[in-house]
Design a protein around this ligand. Sequence first.
Ligand code: CO8
Length: 258
Amino acid sequence: MGFVLYEQKDGYAVVTINRPEALNALNSEVLDELGSVFQGIDLETVRAVILTGAGQKSFVAGADIGEMSTLTVEEGEAFGKRGNDVFRMIETFPVPVIAAVNGFALGGGNELAMSCDIRICSENAVFGQPEVGLGITPGFGGTQRLARIINPGKAKELIYTAANVKAPEALAIGLVNAVYPIDELLPAAEKMAAKIARNAPIAVRACKKAINDGLQVDMDEAIQIEERLFGSCFTTEDQIEGMKAFLEKRKVEGFKNK
Ligand code: CO8
């Protein structure tokens, strides 16, 4: 797995896109490796995932322009699907995924970050959807997710103008949750992942599913999704221990993911 590095820590994992010579641009091999790495994650032990890019300059500078430059209509659609399948797997991955955006997140890079649950970034981060300047549309979910994450009017402005957004503006428009000096980014992501990992894993997963699935339907249906997932937590060992610990005025011994 040369283009995607995987490190498992205590309760969480760090996935690093490792193609620094091309600013971590996504070619077919990177996309395939990224998919394989996520598929291989052991959900018994991993309760949150951090996704970042190698180096201090770029998270992901987009899909590989060289590879895309000669695609036919059919190949373009297939390449879009290849990326979309991996990004959708990340978006619906059972445990939370935190994007630690360490520099450029352009085109497919911004789209990858938007497939994650939470985005935090370094002070040198730059976001944007430059595709219309290359004669294409965003093709890895950008036209859909940007308008859902920030307001649709701002999303349209950014996509139509292909304007880049620096970290402070990304924070102001709600594209990221927080901005850190580059050396503090990964520690901040790890602190957040560890905090998530200390909570009841079945409940955290159910929260992710409830939020994601609920956002796709109307409120009546969304509330029913929540009711079902809420109910599913009961009689788990972690629910019994979590509530018992509260009633006995002690700390939880450690959730078991059962
Ligand atoms: N693809 C391929 N190679 C890239 C990419 C990329 N997206 N970005 C950077 N590189 C390569 C450069 O070619 C260069 O390689 P080399 O050293 O061999 O010449 C190396 O990375 C370093 O890049 P620069 O020298 O350009 O570094 P700078 O610091 O001068 O500039 C930038 C950094 C501003 C990030 C610049 O590299 C840049 O503008 N990159 C392209 C950004 C971009 O337009 N991204 C969007 C691509 S389109 C896209 O992502 C569509 C997604 C949906 C696809 C759907 C398919 C159907």
